[in-house]
Design a protein around this ligand. Structure first.
Ligand SMILES: NC(=O)c1ccc[n+]([C@@H]2O[C@H](COP(=O)([O-])OP(=O)(O)OC[C@H]3O[C@@H](n4cnc5c(N)ncnc54)[C@H](O)[C@@H]3O)[C@@H](O)[C@H]2O)c1
Length: 447
């Protein structure tokens, strides 16, 4: 029988690939079941189940040995829809619980995923860790950089598994691409360029309306200081573009590709951050830029740049999203999907690795269930058999902080000098004030 310990050793040594759909390659379903501890069913609570949360529900409900047992949302329509989805996919009927505090008191729940708006991400993750639950936390990991420092401490303190929604870190060809970079295929990589393009519509100017009967506005706001007037252009999704709740396109999308660049280039925190851009395309309530370029300098002759165009979908390298790693000997391109291409310095393609797994970049909710299954399985394997996480909180928090520093530079219209050890802003009081936020009284994050 494969013991848990020697299995973990094999995984750590890289002699066993991590599983797809709950069964590891090289193991039959039967032999996998013989791994001690692998049979335990993981009971999950789904927190925030509208768009991405509904995709996560579908993904986790299809995973072997995992059950969506509880559903938590402050929108009663989203909860009802999600419960019905689970019934259809997996056959069980999850219990609904609107209040996350009550949900986390439930003893027979092992883990949660969090796909709420971003002002809730870090506070909810901390509450879950304190309750002893493993956490799959959607990106960005936080609404402000200070929250990332608290979360990183919390993982050490509460000793639970915390994965982030940087799912590309689990996609097989993306992993291969990064390995090739680390093995030196294009030499020293000194410039990374990432982008995101879309044709998002205006969100208009909101009208004050009464809070809909399906929504608990008080709980939706949770840790964010109260806004009394409820406007009809905040929910769902549009909160992304308001400082109070969202992190803009950079937190929403730069985070995925800055994460890949950072990983491939072996970078952590920068020494310098600048951002330029604005809400150029429409005049409406949208506060963050719809057009933005963030530059991150790392010292040691390396930099990353990200271009975001929320309202002009002209693609780059035939892809609406992507990352280019420019090195001494050539360039590696990762587009939106599970594929990559390597060119030499004269633009000759020397390797073109395609994916046979479909990816739909235009589907913001669920671009690829099949690819994301690798990521969900990795989270569950980390809980079951201590498999190393592909996208742990530590890395996700650093990548998130980089995008948030870009936003702080943008909001303060200043180039930031930052400490390469921890990302802290140096010699700029106005910018440093945005390192953390005010919380609604009683909702402060306490380790
Ligand atoms: N990894 C990815 O590729 C990916 C893709 C899309 C979205 N996301 C992330 O997922 C998150 C959710 O995005 P979305 O588009 O689904 O947003 P959304 O606004 O459509 O859904 C958020 C849901 O959370 C619920 N919610 C709010 N407060 C809650 C609370 N206190 N308890 C329980 N539920 C609560 C809302 O009612 C809503 O149903 C965002 O942070 C986004 O960045 C990640």
């Amino acid at each position: 029988m494969t013991t848990r310990r020697n299995f973990i050793r094999k995984v750590t040594m890289g002699t066993v690939a991590v599983s797809v759909g709950g069964v590891l390659p090289g193991f039959s379903a039967k032999s996998y079941k013989n791994i001690v501890g692998a049979n335990d069913r993981i009971r999950m609570g789904a927190i925030g189940v509208n768009a991405r949360g509904s995709a996560l529900t579908g993904g986790f409900a299809r995973e072997k040995g995992c059950e969506i047992s509880y559903v938590c949302d402050v929108d009663s329509r989203a909860s009802a829809r999600c419960i019905a989805d689970v019934q259809k996919i997996a056959g069980n009927t999850p219990k609904g619980e609107k209040d996350i505090r009550k949900l986390l008191e439930i003893k027979d729940m092992d883990a949660v995923f969090i796909a709420t708006p971003e002002h809730w991400h870090a506070p909810a993750a901390l509450m879950a860790m304190k309750a002893g639950k493993h956490v799959y936390l959607e990106k960005p990991t936080s609404h402000n950089p200070a929250e990332n420092e608290i979360l990183r401490e919390a993982v050490r303190k509460y000793k639970v598994v915390v994965a982030t929604g940087m799912q590309r870190r689990s996609w097989p060809n993306v992993r291969n691409a990064i390995n090739e970079i680390h093995e030196g295929i294009i030499g020293n990589v000194y410039f990374g360029k990432a982008w995101y393009t879309n044709n998002r519509a205006s969100i208009g100017k909101g009208n004050m309306v009464s809070v809909p009967e399906w929504l608990d506005w008080e709980l939706w706001q949770g840790p964010a200081p109260r806004v009394k007037d409820y406007k009809d252009n905040i929910l769902h999704y549009n909160w992304h573009w308001f400082y109070h709740w969202g992190t803009g396109e950079s937190g929403n999308n730069a985070v995925h590709f800055i994460d890949l660049l950072r990983w491939g280039m072996g970078l952590t925190f920068p020494t310098q951050v600048s951002s330029m851009g604005g809400r150029y395309r429409y005049e409406d309530d949208w506060q963050y830029p719809d057009t933005q370029v963030i530059n991150l300098g790392f010292g040691d002759n390396k930099m990353i740049t990200w271009e975001g165009r929320s309202c002009n979908g002209k693609s780059i390298e035939s892809s609406s999203v992507g990352a280019l790693f420019h090195g001494e000997k050539g360039t590696l391109l990762i587009g939106g999907g599970n594929a990559y291409q390597i060119s030499d310095l004269n633009n000759k393609v020397i390797r073109d690795v395609k994916s046979d797994i479909a990816f739909r970049p235009g589907d913001t909710r669920n671009p690829s269930q099949q690819l994301d299954a690798f990521h969900f399985t990795n989270f569950l394997d980390a809980i079951r058999i201590n498999a190393p996480l592909y996208a742990d909180l530590h890395e996700g928090a650093i990548s998130t902080t980089l995008t948030l520093l870009g936003n702080i530079s943008q909001r303060t219209q200043s180039t930031l000098k930052t400490d390469p050890v921890n990302g802290h802003i140096l010699e700029n009081k106005a910018a440093s004030r945005l390192w953390s936020r005010q919380y609604e009284k009683g909702w402060e994050m306490k380790l």
